[in-house]
Structures are given as structure tokens and as C-alpha cells.
Design a protein around this ligand. Structure first.
Ligand code: MSP
Length: 533
């Protein structure tokens, strides 16, 4: 069975998850679900980056030790990610002793290969990024991401010989362009490598909250080295027993690391160089997504006070929908919004108004309405059970079928290449066409004359089939809604491999098929923007 190992960046434990983190996790979750639904054995890993100065300082400011602080933060993250139905197979935490042992073992390997040396470091450090900056990369003397002045750091540190790996990295990227997607980010990274790589400082003398250096426990390993290694340590890198050996053989190399555009240098330069040093195969690809910005085009940040809690968004949406939106489904519209609204690889915007607009247009008016119409007509004209012979397919039926058959491969191509917005647009092409089919076939007119009964069976079966296909296509984005639609259609669905060999088959809905009661899955929202969202 083919396999797919997918990771997200692990989030800094210093603050609660916001809509930007949510965007990345939802992208990855949609991909993981897409792979599973087409029958690919998938390992989806995400988690928390717990070490380093930033977390140490935040915990200290709250008067708790960093471990206690991280334990509480892990609860906050897991609560949010479970509410959003993220289907991770592992939630990693870098304070896990097994991971820390793995980091030390790898560091020793770099050292044994002659890639670690001692030197004096003097540079500018941004705690927000947990990264060093060169003067030329600052904007008006400030970090371009956090707009704060980096701190001067002067320490005796251990260095990693990154400069040795520039040529090999370039050759690898040339031979495997898919290693960095999209192309825009690949070009940025190759430009950085071409301009020459400096050796990097990989330990900190002044940071206590981290993995002690094996050859000098008075220092801790630079938090980025520790964090990057999670991708390998949690899938059995140590290979110390049968279980870890089997995991490593099954999952490594990673098929894709999903990360934000701000951290490509760490993932596309430092990480592969470390793997080269350790003699470990490189991951197959790194996909860098854009950022979610606030509606004024600004960055979401705690200081700007525009950080959006994803869980609150769903709760507020439910209230605004007059509680008619089921609790189990209240976080699905945000998932859909993030996938539909942001063009692949680009930045996107989040605002309550945009969310409501998208929700009303696509979920309430199109998908929800389609389901409601199909179920209520099946009940009105057949008591919920389609019976009797189905008439032959007519041109309108074949047109709808042709749209579905055209949408499926286009959707599949788009999903396979992270073009989720395009994939959702394809799906809605089918949904809109199905709503139009209802207008064109006028089941209410057919129902007036019993002589049309066989035709009416055919029309409703065709309609229900288009909804079955749409629900399968929607499943990676809105898994709970898809499952709910499946059961409303009277199917034991979704099958674990609903996207494998998906094809048009209206026979499912004829001859005695019973559907559930008519429902309004997504009631329209009229309410104005709530204060918290
Ligand atoms: N801890 C590091 C990653 C280590 S991975 C070995 C880190 N953490 S972070 O919490 O700052 O960011 C985690 C991920 O969220 C990154 O991929 C980052 O790009 C992403 N995002 C943070 N804010 C974002 C938006 N506003 N929009 C989209 N993604 C954003 O970096």
C-alpha cells in the first residue's frame, strides 16, 4: 500500500493557537484526509515547539516553570485542534524525553562528522523568531516579522558547518524541483543559497530551557535544531527496538512538510543540510503556504490585538445562525472558508464579514439548500423511499452526470497539488449545476401527473447521486458535514476510501432506497459581527 507522511510546523508553546496557525493545520488536515480517502496509508504529524528563550521568558513572566506552562498550553492546543477535527496521528511535544535523546544522538553524529565546532558568536537575535538576523535583513533596525529591535548576543557557541552544504543543496533542488513548492519560494531559497551560506550558531549558553548539548551540558541546543528534528525523532529515527525500526522503515522519508512562507530557510536549507550531515535521506517536498492577514492587510499579532481564536469563531457562528447550526458542525465553515478563500501559495484575508458572506453563499444557499430540496422532495413525493422503476436517462440527466465526471479528475488534480481553493471551486461547480438541474427538471411539475412517476424517480435519483459525489469531494474540507450528508442520504457513508474510484452511479438511489428527513444543515446568518470574532 502506498504511503504518505505529512507534517506541519510545530507551533511555539508561548501563546494559544490563532487563525494563522489554524490555516496551516487545516491545509495539512485536508491533505491528510484526501490521501486517506483515496486509500493511501497516511501518517499526519503536528505538535508543539516547547523549548527556547521565548517560552522560557513567557513562563517566567507568569511565575511558573516552563514544563508546567507547556503542559497547560498543550491542553489548550489539543482542545482547539480536536474541536476543529484535525486528524493527526501524533501530536508531538519537544520536551518529550525520547525526542530529546534523539536530538542529542543526532547532534553527536554532526559532531562526529566534523560539522560542529566552537567559536565566538556576536549577532542580533530576535526572540519572537528565535532567529539571528544580519543587519542587512532588518527593516529600520527592526525584525521584519515582529517589528521589534533584535537583541545583541555575544556568546561562545557551537557552530554547524552549514557553508559546506550549499553546492549539494543547489544540486538537489535542481534535480528535484518538487523539493520546494511553490516555485516562488524555490526561487527565494536558491537565491539565498547562491548568495553564500554562513556557518550557523547551534547552541546557546544563556538559555536553560532546552536540550543539553551532549559534548558540553552547560549549553543548550538551539531551539530550531531541536524543533526540526521532531520530524524524524517521532517516526522512529532512533531505531532502537522493533517498533521504532518498523516506524522508520514505514514512514521515512517524509512526503511533505507543510510550513509558512516565513520559515522556508530553516526547512529548505538548514534541515536538509543537517540530514546530509547525518547521512539521512531528505524529505520529498516542502510546501510553503502564504499567511492569513487581518482585513486591513496587517499581520495578526497579539500586540495589534487582532488575534482570532478559531474556537470562538465557530461558537459565534453557531450563535449567529440562531443555534440551528449543529454543535458538531459549528467549526466546519471556518475550515471550508480557509481552504476556499486563500489561493494556493498566496496570502489570504480573514474577517468575520468574509466568513459570513462565504458561509451564506456556498454553504447555506448552495450546498445546504441542495440537500434540503432533494430530501424534502423525496419525502413529499415518495414518503422518503424511492420506489418503482426509474425512467431512462434524458439529456438533462446526462449533462449533470457529465459535469460530475468532469469535476472529479479536475478536483483530484487540484487537491493533489495543494490547490484547495480550485478544488473547492470545482466541487461547487457540481453543486451549482445540481441546483440548476432542479430548476430545469421541475420535479414539482412532474409530480402532478402519475404518468411521470418513472421520470420523477430518475430525476430524484440523479439529484441524490450528485449530492453523494459532492459530499465525497467535500469530505477532506468538512469531514463531519460530509458524514452527516452521507447519513441523511441513507448511505453507510463515508466509506473509508470514498475518493477512491469515485464515479457516477445513480443506481444506488433507485429501487427502495430510503433517505433521512429533510434538514437545514447550514441556516443563514444575518447577525452583525460579534465583539470577540
Ligand atoms: N516553532 C516554529 C516552527 C518550528 S517547525 C520545526 C514556528 N512556530 S510559530 O508558532 O511561530 O508558527 C507555526 C506555523 O504557523 C508556521 O508555519 C507559521 O508560518 C504559521 N503561521 C503563524 N502565523 C501565521 C499566519 N498569520 N498565517 C498563516 N500561517 C501562520 O515558526
Amino acid at each position: 500500500m502506498s504511503k504518505y507522511y505529512l507534517t506541519t510546523a510545530i507551533d511555539y508553546a508561548n501563546g494559544a493557537p490563532h487563525i494563522g496557525h489554524t490555516f496551516e493545520k487545516v491545509l495539512a488536515d485536508a491533505m491528510a484526509r484526501f490521501q486517506r480517502l483515496r486509500g493511501v496509508d497516511t501518517w499526519f504529524q503536528m505538535g508543539m515547539d516547547e523549548h527556547g528563550l521565548k517560552v522560557e521568558q513567557t513562563a517566567e513572566a507568569q511565575g511558573v516553570d516552563p514544563q508546567t506552562f507547556c503542559d497547560a498550553m498543550a491542553e489548550t492546543y489539543l482542545r482547539a485542534w480536536r474541536a476543529l477535527d484535525l486528524s493527526f496521528d501524533a501530536f508531538v511535544r519537544t520536551s518529550d524525553p525520547l525526542h530529546m535523546k534523539g536530538v542529542q544522538a543526532l547532534f553527536t553524529r554532526f559532531h562526529d562528522n566534523g560539522d560542529i565546532f566552537k567559536g565566538n558568536y556576536e549577532g542580533l537575535y530576535c526572540v519572537g523568531c528565535e532567529a539571528y538576523y544580519q543587519e542587512k535583513d532588518l527593516l529600520d533596525g527592526k525584525c521584519p516579522v515582529h517589528h521589534t529591535e533584535p537583541k545583541k548576543v555575544k556568546e561562545e557557541n557551537y557552530f554547524f558547518a552549514l557553508s559546506k552544504y550549499g553546492e549539494r543543496l543547489l544540486r538537489h533542488i535542481e534535480a528535484h524541483p518538487e523539493f520546494i513548492e511553490p516555485e516562488m519560494r524555490r526561487n527565494e531559497v536558491t537565491n539565498v543559497i547562491r548568495s553564500g551560506l554562513d556557518d550557523i550558531s547551534v547552541s546557546r549558553a544563556s538559555v536553560k530551557w532546552g536540550v543539553p548539548l551532549p559534548m558540553d551540558p552547560s549549553q543548550t541546543i538551539y531551539v530550531w535544531i531541536d524543533a526540526l528534528l521532531n520530524y524524524a525523532t517521532f517516526v522512529g529515527l532512533s531505531q532502537h527496538d522493533d517498533a521504532t525500526r518498523a516506524m522508520w522503515a514505514r514512514w521515512w522519508p517524509a512526503d511533505c512538510h507543510v510550513v509558512g512562507k516565513d520559515i522556508t530557510r530553516f526547512h529548505c536549507i538548514i534541515w536538509p543540510a543537517m540530514l546530509m550531515s547525518a547521512g539521512v535521506e531528505l524529505p520529498r517536498s516542502i510546501y510553503a503556504h502564504g499567511w492569513i492577514m487581518s482585513s486591513d492587510g496587517g499581520k495578526l499579532s497579539k500586540t495589534a490585538g487582532n488575534v482570532v481564536d478559531p474556537v470562538v469563531v465557530g461558537e459565534e457562528l453557531r450563535k449567529a445562525a440562531g443555534e440551528g447550526l449543529a454543535e458538531a458542525l459549528m467549526h466546519e465553515p471556518l475550515r471550508y472558508f480557509l481552504l476556499r478563500e486563500v489561493p494556493a501559495g498566496r496570502d489570504g484575508e480573514f474577517s468575520w464579514d468574509l466568513l459570513v458572506e462565504r458561509y451564506n453563499a456556498d454553504l447555506a444557499n448552495e450546498l445546504g439548500n441542495l440537500l434540503n430540496r432533494a430530501l424534502s422532495m423525496t419525502h413529499r413525493y415518495f414518503g422518503g423511499t424511492l420506489d418503482g422503476e426509474s425512467g431512462p436517462a434524458e439529456p438533462l440527466d446526462l449533462e449533470l452526470q457529465a459535469v460530475a465526471s468532469d469535476v472529479i479528475p479536475k478536483y483530484t488534480r487540484a487537491m493533489s497539488t495543494w490547490q484547495f481553493s480550485a478544488a473547492m471551486q470545482e466541487t461547487w461547480r457540481l453543486i451549482k449545476r445540481a441546483n440548476q438541474y432542479v430548476q430545469e427538471t421541475e420535479p414539482w411539475t412532474l409530480a402532478r401527473d402519475p404518468a411521470n412517476r418513472a421520470r420523477l424517480v430518475r430525476v430524484l435519483a440523479t439529484l441524490l447521486e450528485s449530492i453523494r459525489i459532492a459530499a465525497a469531494l467535500v469530505a477532506p474540507a468538512m469531514p463531519r458535514s460530509a458524514a452527516r450528508i452521507g447519513s441523511d442520504l441513507g448511505l453507510s457513508w463515508p466509506s473509508p476510501h470514498a475518493l477512491k474510484d469515485l464515479e457516477w452511479s445513480p443506481r444506488l438511489f433507485a429501487l427502495g432506497h430510503t433517505v433521512g428527513a429533510a434538514v437545514v444543515l447550514f441556516p443563514r446568518v444575518q447577525a452583525p459581527k460579534p465583539a470577540q470574532a
